[in-house]
Design a protein around this ligand. Structure first.
Ligand code: NI
Length: 172
């Protein structure tokens, strides 16, 4: 297992549309292990493959991160959101936007169809943080980011903060 580098906004690779996973082999298993290690080290409740520069439709979520609960790792490969219900506002963060927390409106409940890490299909109805995380991570597979959900003013403020951060990192 290895910790991978998490790409930060405005890295262009975060804007690509990811391709479906077609092979459930040792390479995919290693990628999932690396993503889990990277997510827990960050720490974060979710990580999508494009965030480590891998353009595949795959994300991991563990809503128990930071909650002092047993781990609850869920792997979603080639996920499809097949139903969205209700509306909720929640303050989200993203490992690709360190230090940024913004209130975003999403569906309150979702139904998702996906494959697990071994290629076995499953369906899941989710609410609460899990539903929000599923929508957030699914956005990453489409090259969509949390800033895209914000007002123009908030987007400008986040852009400025992230550019400042990128400049500081570049000068290190
Ligand atoms: Ni994110």
């Amino acid at each position: 297992m290895a910790i991978r580098t998490i790409l930060h906004y405005p890295d262009k690779r975060l804007r690509g549309v990811a391709q479906p996973v077609s092979r459930f082999d040792a390479e995919l298993a290693r990628l999932i292990d690396d993503m889990a290690e990277t997510m827990y080290a960050a720490p974060g409740v979710g990580l999508a493959a494009p965030q480590i520069g891998v353009a595949l439709r795959l994300f991991l979520i563990d809503v128990a991160v930071g909650e002092n609960q047993p781990s609850d790792l869920r792997v979603f490969v080639n996920p499809e959101l097949i139903d969205r219900l209700g509306q909720v506002d929640y303050e989200e963060g993203c490992l690709s936007f360190p230090g940024v927390h913004e209130e975003i409106r999403r569906a309150e409940r979702v139904k998702v169809r996906a494959l697990d890490g071994a290629g076995k299909p499953f369906e899941l109805e989710a609410d609460g943080l899990l539903a929000i995380a599923i929508q957030h991570e699914h956005d990453h597979l489409e090259g969509k980011l949390m800033v895209d959900h914000l007002s123009l003013l908030r987007r400008r403020l986040v852009n400025r903060a992230m550019q400042k951060r990128a400049a500081a990192e570049a000068s290190l």
